[in-house]
Design a protein around this ligand. Structure first.
Ligand SMILES: Nc1ncnc2c1ncn2[C@@H]1O[C@H](COP(=O)(O)OP(=O)(O)OP(=O)(O)O)[C@@H](O)[C@H]1O
Ligand SMILES: [Mg+2]
Length: 211
């Protein structure tokens, strides 16, 4: 039996990385082998691409199309080398950001053509279907308040975190539109709760959708 592909989406600081660990622990406790990964990254090639995308590693401005294709190159590598093999082994794959981040950031926030992005996404993931997308929904200001604590520990914000706040409003709004378009795949989770309460909401959503 093939596994399940679950993606975590949401604005900066909404708790994706925190909650992916919690869901993996819960699934493992149920005897389900899980594989957590992240985008961009998750493979050696993908992590090298992540460094370019997030930290201006090569020291020149990225064109919007180059940015898009780097994200989707990382995604194609991840699908072929990590996600598809794990699913075929029957594992459940939990991915921190995936195709909907492209639609929200490059599409709704940067204004690139959504239909084109959809086709490029589909090509990058080789038409692999997603089983569930958890959208961690959080007010933009609340997310940035949470991240301020992280900057004080680990240094400066990345390229996307430095975008103006209205960019991030368009990201959040774009995620809502994506969820409206695919209600069977998306579950919107209120991320403005305690870590335990968000984890409980996610677990309920996963049980209802997949177990
Ligand atoms: N429900 C919560 N309540 C309060 N703080 C939280 C909650 N969830 C996560 N945090 C804290 O907020 C910060 C951001 O969380 P996390 O890194 O999981 O978010 P993220 O969505 O992965 O962010 P990014 O988009 O930057 O990757 C962390 O310091 C985390 O400990
Ligand atoms: Mg994260």
């Amino acid at each position: 039996m093939t596994g399940k592909l679950i993606t975590f989406e949401g604005p900066e600081g909404s708790g994706k990385s925190t909650q992916i660990k919690r869901l993996a622990e819960e699934l493992e406790a149920q005897g389900i082998t899980t594989r957590c990964t992240r985008e961009p990254g998750g493979t050696a090639t993908g992590e090298a691409i992540r460094n370019i995308l997030q930290h201006d590693a090569v020291g020149e401005p990225l064109s919007e199309r180059a940015e898009l294709l780097l994200f989707t190159a990382s995604r194609a590598q991840l699908v072929d080398h990590v996600i598809s093999p794990a699913l075929e082994r029957g594992e459940w794959v939990l991915c921190d950001r995936f195709i909907d981040s492209t639609m929200a950031y490059q599409g709704f926030a940067r204004g690139m053509d959504l239909e084109t992005l959809g086709r490029i996404n589909d090509f990058a993931i080789d038409h692999r279907p997603l089983d569930l997308t958890l959208l961690l929904d959080l007010d933009i200001e609340r997310g940035f308040q949470r991240l301020e604590k992280r900057y004080s520990i680990s240094g400066s914000a990345d390229r996307f975190e430095r975008e103006a706040h209205d960019f991030h409003f368009r990201v959040r709004d774009g995620y809502h539109k994506l969820a409206e378009c695919s209600p069977e795949r998306f579950r919107i989770v209120d991320a403005d709760q305690s870590i335990d309460a968000v984890a409980a909401s996610i677990w309920t959503a996963v049980k209802e959708a997949l177990l």
